[in-house]
Design a binder for this molecule. Structure first.
Ligand code: AMP
Length: 375
């Protein structure tokens, strides 16, 4: 197949788009339409209109449209051609991902209307983790309740974890099958995974993308008793609690900023809340790294990716500080380099290689679409 794939990632108030050549990996166009719902861009239809105008010159080269969908529930996980039946099934799953699936479905609906002659394909964030070992995927709760309500750990950012782990193997020049890897996807959302031979054995996100690491605005792990307490005793509604955990928690909830560049500025200016936010973030990150090293019996490679992971040398240094006894030795100079390509930041002698690998979820989605269209 030759031609480009339009990749759409629809959030509640933004639409990210990229036009990718799945074969060469070239990005033909890319952008974001923000503040959907406000005066200039009233809805997802108008947002796609704005994107289409910007992409006018490449629309003729498109052979498919790929849609990032966060949650496909227990049964839908492979890249799937979108038809009315799939949409009906995804609508039923919206309660599993109330913040993510409804905007994705809106994006799909308007894109199918705008580009009716192209195949539209859903690519799921959960796909890579579909076969997590039962010991990692199972919550220790009543089995009947879990089964009836599909409560298990699904994992998210799967497209990124898979892409980055493959790139890490390519970079090291080693077969994926031979590597024990830890991948740290640290963006505004953040997740960690432990991967053996290309297959994930654990990941930090669960039923929803709230579990695990401290994130830009999400809490990550929290004692479930806190939620019950806030509901019963503090008089917070379920919606209040959900909103807090997703939007006013994490690094922003503690330190007032979710952008790490601004968080560092506040720390440098002596802001103690920002300092605590950073310390809590690093503490959790180190706990996950330690847990995954134990699960794997040591790692061949630890890879940082996404906005914070690719750019924030201080986070990388503090996450791995003092782990020489575990075979992890960062090279300060390499770590501080602002290079933007895949690179090693450990010393050449470090038994565990530490890498920075830029993620490219759009390319991975475009390739999944191209494979499906090709049949
Ligand atoms: P992502 O979700 O992968 O797009 O990552 C977005 C986040 O990356 C932002 O909220 C920032 O916290 C972080 N980020 C982006 N650029 C930098 C940078 N140069 N230094 C530190 N953090 C950055």
């Amino acid at each position: 197949m030759s031609g480009n794939v339009l990749v759409l990632n629809s959030g509640s108030s933004s639409l990210k788009y990229a036009v990718m050549d799945p074969i060469s990996g070239e990005t033909v166009g890319r952008g974001i339409v923000e503040r959907i719902g406000e005066a200039e861009v009233r809805d997802h239809g108008e947002a796609l209109q704005v994107a289409s105008e910007r992409l006018d010159h490449v629309v003729g080269s498109l052979v498919a449209v790929g849609h990032r969908v966060v949650h496909g529930g227990p049964d839908i996980y492979q890249p799937t051609l979108i038809d009315d039946d799939l949409i009906a099934r995804l609508e039923k799953l919206s309660p599993l991902a109330p913040l993510h699936n409804p905007p994705a479905l809106l994006g799909i609906e308007v894109a199918r209307r705008t580009l009716p002659d192209l195949p539209h394909i859903a690519v799921f964030d959960t796909a890579f983790f579909h076969n997590l070992p039962a010991a990692a995927a199972t919550y220790a709760i009543d089995r009947d309740v879990a089964e009836q309500w599909h409560v298990r750990r699904y994992g998210f950012h799967g497209t990124s974890h898979q892409y980055v782990s493959e790139q890490a193997a390519l970079f090291l020049g080693k077969p994926l099958e031979e590597l024990r890897q830890v991948v740290l996807h640290l963006g505004n959302g953040a997740s960690a995974s432990a991967i053996v031979g290309g297959r994930p054995v654990d990941t930090s996100m669960g039923l929803t993308p709230l579990e695990g690491l401290v994130m830009g605005t999400r809490s990550g792990d929290i004692d479930p008793g806190v939620l019950v307490y806030l509901w019963r005793t503090a008089g917070m509604s379920v919606e209040d609690i959900e909103d807090m955990l997703n939007h006013s928690a994490g690094v922003r909830g503690l330190g007032g900023e979710n952008d790490f560049r601004l968080l560092h500025k506040r720390i440098d200016a002596g802001d103690e809340d920002a300092r605590l936010a950073y310390d809590v973030y690093i503490h959790r990150l180190r706990k996950y790294i330690g847990a995954y090293l134990a699960l794997l019996g040591g790692a061949d490679v630890i890879t940082f990716t996404a906005g914070v992971g690719e750019n924030d040398a201080a986070v990388r240094r503090d996450a791995l500080r003092g782990l020489q006894r575990l075979g992890i030795e960062l090279d300060e100079e390499r770590n501080a380099s602002p290079e933007r390509t895949a690179r090693r930041i450990s010393t050449d002698e470090s038994p565990t290689a530490v890498l920075v690998v830029p993620t490219n979820e759009e390319l991975a989605i475009a390739r999944a679409c191209a494979d499906l269209v090709k049949g």
